[in-house]
Design a protein around this ligand. Structure first.
Ligand code: NAP
Length: 477
């Protein structure tokens, strides 16, 4: 066996999580110059690609094409995918350290920020993540139910996720039927009675978190008229100054698009999407059955904090809206992993540029790294994960060269497979995923859709079993 990083003794890296951050990290690792690196990627789901599959809206197929690049990474020599393996259940961090020189956590931000207002626990109050995961066919959310018999729906928050949720509610059945939305969601949304959708932002148009392509799209919905109120679109003096000083052309474009929504009439469209600025829900009011019937809102004003950031605070003005269904979309939040430090206040793993740090001493924990939303918080688009992963991988490789790494004792490539199979007989490989992928696409083609997703692990395992028994694996390629 040669020195570490030679073909006979490759640097062995385990990546936990197969979303964009994990795949960009794998890409940089496998392209390391003059160093043989092997990557094993784990996911608790049977399918790879994280939020590209379970988060990106089904009507945004172009964004999903990034999986072609991830697929090229996965087909490189030295890469393996182990799906259906849950960290902490099938294998834990100290056990993984027996197999790898370094571990990278790429587990994203799997839950939501809290919105502690009275009534948030009422029936028909949901997080956006639940709804997004449901319409995207995430197996854990397939049985969720959303009361789409309600006419008035509020989406709290003004980021791109809020826009996605509003758009899915606004689309016609025909439009959704062209996408890879989960079949159960397509069916439920077909009977939707939703007519009025509100997106509620606590600050003004100049601070809206959504991006230009997303807000522009809201002006082009076939069945839904997007409107804004002139009184709320008018910039306050602080925002006006901020916009002028920033010289940010993208922001100016965004404001122009928002302006174009002011006082629009329905134009014969059956649904209406109202973008409200400078309002904060302060209470959800329920009926005797505990179902939401109204939302109380405070009207807000902006002020500059000590750092000059424009923040919202409520005024004495309040109002009530008739609302029967609420989605809160105020940002994702990370989930801690056993044996890995976690910052509760930020929802991330404490790190310096991707090197995980001990919470008490601030010292680097050798051999443990982090990428993506669990590294930096839930911000940025898919591509943001590329430079993020590059930063972590460069440090990791520097550390390996400086002999700062874990010291695995089980370095034969088959050892981890054998270990996993004893703990998870239904271990999923990348070849298995290719079979599932081909089958989903085949089913979609029959309906003129990009794919028809499997939404349960049982269904996926049954397909793989059938294909294995028919010895027809080649047909999946
Ligand atoms: P986000 O962009 O951070 O937006 C969160 C929104 O929630 C902001 O409007 C924020 O307002 C608001 N908010 C936070 N706390 C609140 C509170 N207590 N009360 C009321 N409102 C509150 O988060 P996101 O929409 O979840 O998106 C996450 C990331 O994924 C973003 O970077 C986004 O661009 C990206 N993404 C991209 C796409 C796409 O490219 N098409 C699609 C989906 C998501 P403040 O600004 O006042 O804090």
């Amino acid at each position: 066996m040669g020195g570490l990083g030679t073909v006979g003794n490759p640097v062995r890296i385990g990546i936990v999580g197969s979303g964009p951050a994990g795949f960009y990290a794998a890409d940089f690792l496998l392209r390391a110059k003059n160093l043989a690196v092997h990557v094993d990627m784990f996911d608790r789901l049977l399918t790879p690609f994280g939020l590209v599959r379970a988060g990106v809206a089904p009507d945004h197929q172009k964004i999903k094409s990034v999986t072609k690049m991830f697929d090229r990474v996965a087909r490189r020599p030295g890469f393996r995918f182990f799906g259906n393996v849950t960290l902490g259940k099938h294998i834990n961090v100290p056990e993984l350290a027996d197999f790898y020189h370094a571990l990278i956590y790429a587990t994203g931000a799997q839950t939501d920020r809290n919105l502690p207002i009275p009534g948030i626990e009422l029936i028909n109050s949901h997080t956006a993540t639940e709804f997004v995961a449901w319409y995207n066919g995430h197996p854990d959310f397939k049985d969720r139910e959303f009361d789409l018999s309600q006419e008035n729906v509020a989406v709290i928050g003004m980021g791109n996720v809020a826009v996605d949720v509003a758009r899915i509610l606004a689309h016609s059945h025909e439009r959704l039927a062209e996408t890879d939305i989960a079949d159960h969601a397509l069916e439920a949304l077909k009977d939707s009675k939703v007519r009025n959708i509100y997106i509620l932002g606590r600050r003004g148009p100049a601070q809206a978190a959504f991006t230009v392509p997303e807000i522009r799209e809201l002006g082009k919905l076939e069945e839904c008229q997007t409107v804004a109120l002139s009184s709320e679109v008018q910039l306050d003096p602080l925002s006006q100054l901020e916009v002028e000083q920033s010289g940010n052309k993208t922001l100016t474009t965004k404001l122009q698009i928002i302006d174009s929504f002011v006082d629009q009439t329905s134009q014969g469209k059956p649904k209406r999407l109202t973008i409200r600025f400078l309002v904060s829900p302060t209470e959800l009011i329920g009926n005797t059955e505990g179902r939401i019937v109204k939302m109380r809102l405070s009207q807000n004003e902006l002020y500059a904090d000590d750092q000059g950031n424009l923040r919202s605070r409520s005024t004495d003005h309040h109002e009530e809206l008739d609302i029967g269904l609420v989605f809160r979309s105020i940002g994702y939040y990370g989930v801690p992993l056993s044996y890995v430090p976690f910052r509760d206040d930020w929802g991330i793993i404490p790190n310096e540029a991707g090197r995980i740090e001990d919470m008490d001493t601030g010292r680097q924990i050798e051999g443990h790294y982090v990428v993506g939303w669990i590294k930096r918080g839930p911000t940025g688009v898919i591509g943001t994960n590329r430079p993020d992963a590059k930063e972590t991988v460069e440090l990791l490789l520097n550390d390996v060269m400086a002999a700062k790494h874990l010291h695995p004792v089980r370095t034969q490539p088959e050892q981890i497979v054998a270990e996993l199979r004893t703990r998870q007989p239904d271990l999923i490989t990348y070849e298995d995923w290719l079979c599932l992928d081909a089958e989903e696409i085949r089913r979609g083609a029959a309906q003129g859709r990009p794919r028809v997703k499997f939404t349960s692990s049982e269904a996926m395992l049954a397909v793989l079993k059938a294909q294995r028994s028919s010895q027809d694996l080649a047909a999946c390629e």
